[in-house]
Design a binder for this molecule. Structure first.
Ligand SMILES: [Zn+2]
Length: 300
């Protein structure tokens, strides 16, 4: 199960509750594109592994003391995030997904924009993921071959000078490559799958509270099924409706969304019936929230 990146979720909420500046809008656009790319690739990978004896770990995050790979002294823990780890055909594969809206020119040392301006070394990012995962796996007493892939998922993107490397996937070769990779395991790899899951980081050190105060936020209740930033419209005392996508929300659903919003913006914030009611802009009374809490329909 892949969950939406916290930063993107925060920006989706803040779009409705505070003015975003240009940088934040761009960041939201970039994160949305990346998230859609990951979901799109999930569909392809899910189809390719369906019904087969294959392990698929999505959004795999772990901590590693990067110094111990090369140095005799520790140099501090760093966090590694890999979009997809696959154990298939008795081997380990990784896939880093890129949903870029711009063309790139391939280079062995670095990648470039069409203008000639240097982008960055994408191959190095993928190699670092492979080295770190290899270190983690060896640390657990296992020995596996790892192949790391860079996957470009945007069909309208062109990669110029692209060499025919096994680990570069573009929309035109993805199906064929995945079919070849997604072979059932012949041996049992439950031990390494358990080990990797035991080392999985549930919370990233990059997941931080949004830099806003509760009092600055626009109050009200909003739709997250569509892009509308307009407040939901009250139908009756139990029901609200989004005029943009026509989705209806019960008062209970609205309260659940408000709590999720508060926790997403800043998990340290105290959540109380009075605060939820204030956050709803009066759409939900604090006595209603207290009743849900008393009936144990909501836990906070
Ligand atoms: Zn809507």
């Amino acid at each position: 199960m892949r969950t939406i990146p916290l930063k993107l979720k925060q920006l989706q909420i803040l779009t409705r509750r505070t003015p975003l500046d240009e940088t934040e809008e761009k960041e939201k656009e970039k994160l949305t594109r990346g998230w859609q790319g990951e979901l799109g690739f999930d569909k392809l990978l899910d189809t390719a592994v369906r019904g087969k004896e294959i392990y698929h770990l999505k959004d795999y995050r772990f901590k590693i003391d990067s110094g111990t790979e090369t140095l005799k002294v520790a140099s501090g823990m760093s966090e590694v995030q890999i979009d997809n780890v696959l154990i298939a055909g008795d081997r380990v594969y990784t896939f880093e997904v890129k949903n870029f809206g711009f063309d790139l020119i391939y280079g062995t040392k670095s990648w470039f924009f069409e203008s000639g301006r240097e982008y960055k070394d994408l191959s190095m990012q993928v190699n670092r993921q492979r080295t770190s995962l290899d270190f983690l796996i060896r640390n657990g007493g296992f020995n596996y071959d790892i192949t790391s892939h860079l996957v470009f998922v945007n069909p309208s993107q062109t990669i110029y000078n692209m060499p025919n490397l096994e680990n570069l996937l573009v929309p035109t070769n993805t199906h064929r490559r995945l079919a070849k990779i997604c072979q059932p395991n012949r041996y049992d790899h439950g031990n390494i799958a358990d080990y990797l899951n035991s080392r999985r980081l549930l919370k990233s050190m990059y997941d931080l509270p949004a830099n806003v105060e509760f009092d600055e936020l626009r109050t009200g209740v909003f739709c997250y099924q569509c892009d509308s930033v307009a407040e939901l419209v009250r139908v009756n005392s139990y029901k609200y409706c989004c005029h943009s996508c026509t989705k209806e929300f019960t008062t209970f659903e609205i309260v659940s969304i408000l709590i999720d919003e508060l926790k997403t913006i800043n998990e340290a914030w105290e959540i109380s019936p009075a605060r939820i009611s204030a956050f709803s802009g009066g759409a939900v009374s604090s006595s209603t929230v207290r009743r849900y809490k008393r009936d144990r329909r909501l836990l906070f």
